[in-house]
Structure formats: C-alpha cells, structure tokens
Design a protein around this ligand. Structure first.
Ligand SMILES: [Zn+2]
Ligand SMILES: [Zn+2]
Length: 257
C-alpha cells in the first residue's frame, strides 16, 4: 500500500500547491482520496486519469471535492473515445443534498455510491462505521465531528492506515486509528486556535495527543492553513505525540506493508 500526497492545504493552497488530495495505490488499483482545489492537476503527475478506479470523498466542502468536476470531464472523454470501459466509482456523502444532487447528475463519468447506503458494522468493537470496498481494499467510514456530514477513513489493504478527514478529536477516531501503520491527521490549527477549531477541526497538538492515545506507528499531519509556520506545527504535534511527526508534503509517497 502506498499513499502519495497530492494536496495538503486548506482552505486555499499556497502558490503552486493544492488542497486535500491523496492517491492510494494498492491491489485494488488507484484510488483518489479527496479532490480539493488543484489536486487533479497533481494526480496526473503520477498516473493517467484513465487508470483511476475509484474516488472516495470524506465530505462535500470545496477543499475536499471541487476537483471532481475536472475528473468528471476527463473520465467522460475517455469513456466517449472508448479509452476506458468503466466509470469511476465515486463514494460520497449524500449531504448537503444540493451538492450531492449536482454530482449525482454526472452519470457520464461516475458510478455514484452514497456512503450512507453502505452496510453498517462495528469496526473496531463499539464503533459503528459504514463499510465499502474497492477490489480487496476495505474502507471504513467513521462519522466525523465537523460542520457538515463528514467521515474519517480506515483503510485496510496490504497495510492499515487511517485518514482523519476534517474533524475535531473524538474517542471513536482514536479507536479507529488504534495501532494504525500510518495516521494521516488534520492539523488545521496551531496553539491558541483551540476555540476557533471548536467542534470542527483540531490543532496540531490535539492531533499529536490523539495519535499518542491511539498508539499509531507513524503520524503525518496535513490540512495546513497556508499562512502558518509548518515547523511550529510539527513541534507542537511532536510534543504531544512524543515522537517524530511527518509533514504531508505534495509529491511525497509513504509506503505501508
Ligand atoms: Zn471541511
Ligand atoms: Zn477541509
């Protein structure tokens, strides 16, 4: 399993950068995780969009989904010219309804899978998640604490990783991330931002504390406000985690086996 950072900024990118986007590559093929501003452009540095099998969107804020419109046109053109046979499987929340309706109309490119239509299971025990799969890779969708319906992701393939999406810290996320090989966690705020982050986001220090509680093997922080000093965020997360912290960097690939 490998994960490549396509975009790490929020809610707007630094020059030449992109908002949330990650390319997951495993036996299930190529899967785009989130599709924020600029992420489609960076995706095509690594694979041809014709080779993308599925896209998984944690929530319908622009910095996580807006480049689906680029992907839609690219995939529709491939299908029209018979350069690919199957639509892209698109896992998305079904709210807000007006955005869901707009994306659901893109049937020339996407096979829409509302996350709320997936079966519910308890993974781990006591934590209710929705379960979906792309080939042999399983996705566990945990409801997040955010300003609109959103999910954190557990991803089980040739390794196990967890991506927080956008969320305030929760006990359920700590349980989902327990002993994860990689915990890719949002760090929207710096020290002093706790009130601003509230019940929607977390600070770098809160991300570190959650990772420590979950005993994750590797912590990568992401979802950076472009005006912040990333080394300060790394130090704050690291102090709470009690170990080395990686900063998500566009173009970097992490391997997990
Ligand atoms: Zn959000
Ligand atoms: Zn965001």
């Amino acid at each position: 399993m490998r994960i490549t950072v396509l975009g790490c900024w929020a809610p707007y990118p630094r020059p030449g950068g992109a908002c949330s986007g990650y390319l997951l590559q495993d036996a299930g093929g190529n899967v785009l995780i989130d599709a924020g501003h600029g992420s489609f452009s960076h995706l095509t540095r690594f694979i041809h969009h014709g080779d993308l099998r599925a896209a998984v969107i944690t929530h319908l804020h622009p910095d996580h989904y807006v480049d689906l419109h680029c992907l839609r046109h690219a995939v529709a053109a491939e299908l029209m010219h018979n350069r690919r046979q199957r639509k892209v499987q698109l896992f998305i929340p079904s709210e807000p309804v007006h955005i869901f309706a707009e994306l659901s109309a893109c049937t020339d490119a996407f096979e829409i899978i509302p996350i709320e239509s997936l079966p519910e299971e308890e993974v781990p025990p006591g934590v209710r998640v929705r379960c979906g799969s792309v080939g042999p890779v399983q996705f566990f969708f945990l409801p997040a604490r955010h300003s609109l319906p959103a999910y954190s992701l557990g991803i089980e393939g040739s390794g196990y990783m967890v991506y927080s999406g956008d969320t305030a810290p929760t006990e359920e996320l700590a349980a989902l991330a327990r002993e994860a090989g990689i915990f890719l966690c949002e760090a929207s705020g710096q020290d002093g931002d706790e009130e601003h982050c509230g019940d929607r986001h977390m600070t770098a220090r809160q991300a570190g504390a959650l990772a420590r509680q979950a005993k994750v093997k590797e912590l990568i922080i992401t979802h950076f406000f472009p005006e912040y000093d990333l080394e300060a965020l790394r130090a704050q997360a690291g102090a709470a985690f009690g170990g080395r912290v990686e900063l998500a960097t566009e173009g970097d690939t992490y391997f997990l086996y």
